[in-house]
Unconditional design. Structure first.
Length: 228
């Protein structure tokens, strides 16, 4: 199944890579104006994420338990990467939306948001270098509870196309996860972030049509697997 996923992802990437050549990091004001809504709601979103971490952390699934094909990047070192999913490619997870009303309100009122998850990265967790499959969406990341290193910098590091990014509390980044990337939590504390998949703007019409079809198929697959 992992091999089939890799072959499918590579085929999709080749199509998009030939038509869309934007850089790894994009301007949120142009490509995701809704980012401002999440930045404004950051304190409330952070409080809800901390409540989830305190009350039900062990019931939040690990990424590879949701998507077994992702075991090589989720189960690689025995340390947890857990995702509390509120929305999957348009399909809302009702009980999780209800548990985070402030976040749910912003997600529901921002049409470009296709997927939304709270990401809990265990101490010393390393997510190996990999690429996302689909340039028709962009990744938005908002730091919620990010530990600091001895120099006072965010201890969680995103290496994106060999460039280092440290996304601290209340800070955000809009990026293209089809570029090679990996993540480290160089601390003894959990890192919590909000991860969104958002619809890419400014695409050629043929890519818009293809993206609509792929998003619809992923949504159906998520419902069939019981994710949403």
């Amino acid at each position: 199944m992992s091999t089939l996923y890799d072959l499918s992802a590579n085929a999709v990437r080749r199509i998009y890579d030939a038509r869309i050549t934007t850089p790894p990091v994009l301007d949120a004001a142009s490509y995701f104006p809704g980012a401002a809504n999440f930045a404004t709601a950051w304190p409330a979103i952070r409080a809800e994420a901390l409540a989830i971490a305190a009350s039900r952390m062990q019931s939040v699934p690990r990424f590879h338990e949701i998507m077994p094909a992702q075991a090589p990047i989720s189960a690689n070192d025995g340390k947890d990467w857990r995702l509390f999913i509120l929305k999957v490619y348009g399909a809302e997870v009702g009980k999780n939306m209800a548990a985070c009303p402030a976040l749910a309100q912003v997600v529901s009122s921002t049409p470009d948001v296709l997927s939304a998850s709270l990401s809990f990265l265990a101490p010393r967790k390393h997510i190996p270098r990999h690429r996302g499959p689909f340039r028709g969406v962009l990744r938005f990341q908002l730091g919620l509870s990010v530990p600091l290193d001895a120099e006072g910098r965010p201890a969680a590091v995103l290496s994106l196309n060999d460039q280092e990014h440290r996304i601290g509390d209340g800070q955000q980044l809009l990026w293209d996860d089809t570029y090679p990337h990996e993540v480290w939590n160089h601390s003894d504390d959990m890192r919590i972030a909000l991860l969104l998949d958002v619809r890419r703007r400014h695409m050629p019409i043929d890519m818009q049509v293809l993206s609509h079809a792929l998003i619809a198929s992923v949504s159906v697959a998520a419902r069939l697997r019981g994710v949403a």
